[in-house]
Ligand binder design. Structure first.
Ligand SMILES: Cc1cc2nc3c(=O)[nH]c(=O)nc-3n(C[C@H](O)[C@H](O)[C@H](O)COP(=O)(O)OP(=O)(O)OC[C@H]3O[C@@H](n4cnc5c(N)ncnc54)[C@H](O)[C@@H]3O)c2cc1C
Length: 412
């Protein structure tokens, strides 16, 4: 076949590999260029490694606090190198799975940095590839902020933080978006003195106001120190001066203030999907964009669920209360502490909140164990215009957290 392909895809993250697999199923010849490791940020530096370390931190915390469940452990040892080893093994297993799927799908994988020459030509490793269509899925990188430039030693990015060989005694996290909040919970679980600085009025600024307020309460309960409406004014000799005049001396700083699209000089005729598109920077959004591009299956972008991991999980979809005009909607709130399952699991903190208009759900905001899965039921209901009366006809299993959704329907 030479170097002629139906589709050339640059970037082997969720956007790129999903596009490659779906195009191949459609009988297209596909070449996929990846300069680093297959799986992209999601698998190698983002979603998966953080959740693996988070899980270890939760096991550690649960082991320390097992006595209330009748399980007493003595001399609990935290071996951070084992945690990293397990994380790396998990990544390797998943990476091999994607590589095998690409191989089985007969996608040609080229390891190297690709360059778009024009709308039909890619150059990589000094070879030219002619492609009828080119998709650019080159992802994003940690945003660099003036005065907080990464030095890989004291001021760390979300990439650098994965390379720690041992846990610090204290950490300052700049930014309380999903990445900052997850890492705050991880370090807190490990017993690291954790402080978060957020420029916005509230933690997790993109969430519903009540979710942000609850997270602030959760942080307080867990002794995670935080400052809102505050930024870093200066960093000098490992001393961090905040805009309120306070000086903090953490062992390290994680700067998690957002991400910047890679290769933003866009070329006409090239299709951009995933983080590089500059739209919602989430793996499931990247996957849906890829499927939309290849299969033509449209999706409702405004109904992309957001999830923040940790205990309790936080997830939301649709409209937030602050987006709706006062008096134009109904609201119901069920406390997780009213659910049997929550008491069995010892996870009673949080709520399930539903916003509705005209007998239909328009937004859902969940702070609860398993929120990452629960939110999907509500996304399906909203996207398919299922009325609240119809949802009341559905049978929810007991004892589950999903019963909270069922109870919430009757309060609307
Ligand atoms: C710490 C962290 C935690 C996260 N957690 C979550 C989460 O829980 N859930 C969620 O949905 N999202 C999460 N994300 C976001 C998620 O990782 C991204 O939205 C997702 O990876 C975007 O996929 P992508 O395919 O667009 O790009 P990427 O995953 O960034 O992949 C792009 C790929 O392109 C390659 N590339 C770039 N330029 C070239 C070139 N010129 N030639 C060849 N290859 C090239 C790169 O090496 C990379 O492998 C997290 C991100 C971070 C940083």
């Amino acid at each position: 076949m030479g170097n002629n392909y139906d589709i050339g895809i640059i970037g082997g993250g969720p956007a790129g590999y999903t596009a490659a697999l779906h195009a191949s199923i459609q009988g297209k010849s596909v070449v996929l260029f990846e300069k680093d490791k297959i799986g992209g940020v999601c698998l190698n530096k983002g979603c998966i490694p953080t959740k693996s370390i988070l899980h270890s931190s939760e096991v550690y915390k649960q082991t320390l606090n097992g006595e209330i469940f009748g399980v007493r452990a003595e001399n609990v040892v935290l071996d951070y190198s084992k945690i990293i080893e397990r994380k790396n093994k998990t990544l390797e297993t998943l990476r091999k799975g994607i590589e095998l799927a690409l191989k089985n799908a007969k996608v040609s994988l080229v390891n190297g940095e690709a360059q778009i020459k024009n709308k039909n030509v890619v150059e990589c490793n000094n070879e030219v590839f002619n492609c009828s269509k080119i998709i650019c899925a080159t992802g994003s990188s940690p945003k660099i902020v003036k005065g907080l430039e990464f030095d890989n030693e004291f001021l760390l990015s979300s990439d650098d933080i994965l390379n720690l060989e041992k846990l610090p005694k204290s950490i300052l996290i700049v930014g309380s978006g999903a990445i900052g909040t997850e890492w705050a919970r991880i370090f807190n679980n490990f017993g690291v003195e954790t402080t978060v600085v957020e420029l916005a009025e509230r933690l997790l600024p993109l969430a519903d106001v009540e979710v942000s307020k609850r997270l602030e309460r959760i942080f307080k309960t867990n002794k995670i120190k935080f400052y809102t409406k505050t930024c870093v004014s200066e960093v000098k000799d490992k001393k961090v001066t905040l805009s309120n005049g306070e000086i903090i001396e953490p062992e390290i700083v994680l700067v998690a203030v957002g991400r910047t699209s890679n290769n933003i000089d866009k070329t006409d005729g090239i299709e951009y999907i995933g983080d590089v598109s500059g739209e919602i920077q989430l793996a499931h959004y990247a996957v849906k964009q890829a499927i939309e591009n290849i299969e033509g299956i449209k999706f409702e972008k405004s109904l992309t669920p957001s999830v923040v991991y940790g205990a309790p999980e936080i997830a939301w979809v649709g409209r937030r209360e602050q987006d709706l005009e006062e008096g134009s909607y109904k609201k119901s709130m069920v406390l997780v502490s009213s659910l049997g399952k929550a008491h069995c699991d010892g996870q009673t903190d949080g709520f399930i909140k539903i916003l509705a208009q005209d007998n239909k759900i328009v937004g859902a905001h969940i702070v609860c164990a398993e929120a990452s899965s629960l939110i999907q039921q509500l996304a399906i209901a909203i996207q398919n215009d299922i009325t609240i009366d119809k949802l009341k006809e559905v049978c929810f299993p007991h004892p589950t957290y999903s019963e909270g959704i069922f109870d919430a329907l009757f309060k609307l």
